[in-house]
Design a protein around this ligand. Structure first.
Ligand code: IFM
Length: 425
C-alpha cells in the first residue's frame, strides 16, 4: 500500500502509562484503590494466558503504576527501537505534575528532561508529536476540584503557554487534550477513574467538557501566538456507531454527542483532528453494544477495522488534516496485532480514496490522513485495568524491564517500508 511520501509512521505513549515515578492524582488513587480492584477482578473473566503473566489482574501490584515501563530512564533505548522499526514520528505526553508540581512553580530540571526527550527523537530523525494533557493532574489541581473547576482552564493554558515557549522551537505538532469525552465520562459519569466517588455528577460532567473546550481554544491561541507555524489539534476517541432503520435516530444522536459535538465546538481552533480509534458499537432494537464479537482483543473489545473507514469518511466534512493518533489492541500473545494493523491501514487507505491517474495519493473527497500512530510503542499501564493488558509493539518484562520486540512490530515495519519504497519508484 502506498501512502503519501511525507506520511508520518510511528507509535504513541503517554507519560503516566510508561514513565514511572509519577506523583499525581492517579498515583494517589491507584494506591487507595488497588486492593479493591484486585478483589473485583476475581469476579471477572480473563483470557487464560493473561492470568499467568506477571503481575496479572488478581494482584494489587497490577493496579499501581510504580515504575511503569521505566521509560523516563530508558527513552533512548526505546527510541532506538522505534527507529529500528522504521518509525519517523512518535507521539508522547508531557507530565504536567512533573513540570509544575506546585502551583506556579515550574521545575526547570523536568523541562530539561523533556527537551532531551525531544532531542533524542529529533537526532534519530523522528518527528515529535506532543500531548500536553493525557488524563493525569498535578495534585494541587485535583485539590481545587480538577477539571470541574473553571480555574483549571487558566492553569492549563498557562502551562501550555510555558511549554510552547520552552520547547516550541523543536516541536511542530501539539495535541492539547487526549480523549476529553472518555475522561469526562469515566471520571464524572461512571465514577471509575479519579476523582471518582462523590465527583460523579451530571453537572460536573458538563462543566468538565465545557472546560476542556475552553482550555483547548485558549491553549491553541497561546501556542499559535508563540509559534505561528505550530500545528495544533486534539486526540479524539471516536466510535463507529452502526445502526440503520429504526436505530438510525439513535445512531444520529450518538454520532452527534460522542463523535462530533466536541469537534464542532473547537472547529475554528484546530489545524488537524487526531483520531483515536478502538470501538465499534452496534445499535440494535434501541440498544447499544449489540456487537457480534466474533473477533475480540484480550480485553474483549471487538476488532472492527472497517469502522475506521466509516469514521474517517464522516470526518472529511471538517476539511482538516487527520492523524490517527491511536489505534491498537491488547494482545499479549501477539496473535492478532499484525493483521489488525494491516487491516486498519487498508481501510485508512480506502478512506483516503485514490486518484492514481493524476498521481495523487488521495482522492479529492478522501480523508486527508497524514499519519498513523499505533497504540502503543511499549506495554504500559492501562489505567484502572493496570498492567495486564498488553498493548505494545514492544513487550516489557516488568521484572527486569527488558524490552522484546514483538513480531507484529516487524510486520508493521514492512508496511512502512513498502509504502516508502513505492514512493521512490
Ligand atoms: O491506554 C489508552 C490511552 O491512554 C488512551 N486511549 C485508549 C488507550 C487504550 O485503552
Amino acid at each position: 500500500m502506498k501512502f503519501p511520501k511525507d506520511f508520518y509512521w510511528g507509535a504513541a505513549t503517554s507519560a503516566h502509562q510508561v514513565e514511572g515515578g509519577n506523583n499525581n492524582d492517579w498515583s494517589v488513587w491507584e494506591k487507595e484503590n488497588s486492593a479493591r480492584l484486585a478483589k473485583e477482578a476475581l469476579n471477572k473473566d480473563y483470557p487464560k494466558h493473561v492470568l499467568n503473566d506477571y503481575p496479572g489482574p488478581f494482584r494489587r501490584e497490577n493496579y499501581i503504576s510504580g515504575r511503569a515501563s521505566d521509560h523516563y530512564n530508558r527513552y533512548n533505548e526505546d527510541f532506538d527501537i522505534a527507529k529500528s522499526l522504521g518509525h519517523n514520528a512518535h507521539r508522547f505526553s508531557i507530565e504536567w505534575s512533573r513540570i509544575e508540581p506546585e502551583e506556579g512553580k515550574f521545575n526547570e530540571a523536568e523541562i530539561e528532561h523533556y527537551r532531551k526527550v525531544i532531542n533524542a527523537l529529533r537526532s534519530r530523525g523522528i518527528e515529535p508529536f506532543i500531548t500536553l494533557w493525557h488524563f493525569t493532574n498535578p495534585l494541587w489541581i485535583s485539590k481545587i476540584g480538577g477539571w470541574a473547576n473553571n480555574q483549571t482552564v487558566f492553569y492549563f493554558t498557562r502551562y501550555a503557554e510555558r511549554m510552547a515557549k520552552e520547547l516550541g522551537k523543536d516541536v511542530k505538532f501539539w495535541i492539547t487534550i487526549n480523549e476529553p469525552m472518555v475522561y469526562a465520562g469515566n471520571a464524572y459519569r461512571r465514577g471509575i477513574w479519579p476523582p471518582a466517588g462523590n465527583a460523579k455528577s451530571l453537572l460536573k460532567y458538563i462543566m468538565v467538557l465545557r472546560n476542556f473546550v475552553l482550555a483547548h481554544k485558549r491553549a491553541y491561541k497561546k501556542i499559535k501566538k508563540i509559534n505561528p507555524g505550530a500545528q495544533i489539534g486534539i486526540a479524539k476517541n471516536n466510535i463507529y456507531f452502526d445502526g440503520s432503520g429504526i436505530n438510525a435516530p439513535l445512531k444520529f444522536l450518538a454520532d452527534w454527542w460522542w463523535n462530533e459535538m466536541f469537534l464542532n465546538f473547537i472547529e475554528n481552533e484546530m489545524d488537524f483532528i487526531g483520531l483515536n480509534y478502538y470501538f465499534h458499537n452496534r445499535i440494535k432494537g434501541f440498544r447499544f453494544n449489540q456487537n457480534i464479537n466474533k473477533d475480540v482483543s484480550d480485553m474483549g473489545w471487538e476488532l472492527c477495522p472497517e469502522g475506521i473507514y466509516k469514521i474517517l469518511s464522516n470526518l472529511t466534512k471538517y476539511k482538516k488534516q487527520i492523524f490517527i493518533t491511536e489505534n491498537g489492541l491488547a494482545d499479549a500473545k501477539d496473535n492478532k496485532r499484525a493483521d489488525f494493523i494491516r487491516e486498519h491501514l487498508k481501510w485508512i487507505k480506502k478512506a483516503m480514496g485514490t486518484n492514481g491517474s493524476k498521481g495523487k495519493e488521495r482522492g479529492s473527497n478522501g480523508a486527508n490522513v497524514r499519519g498513523y500512530f499505533h497504540w502503543s510503542l511499549l506495554d504500559n499501564f492501562e489505567w484502572d485495568k493496570g498492567f495486564w493488558p498488553r498493548f505494545g509493539l514492544v513487550e516489557v518484562d516488568y521484572n527486569t524491564m527488558q524490552r522484546k520486540i514483538r513480531s507484529s512490530a516487524y510486520q508493521y515495519k514492512k508496511s512502512i517500508n513498502e509504502s516508502q519504497n513505492l514512493n521512490k519508484k
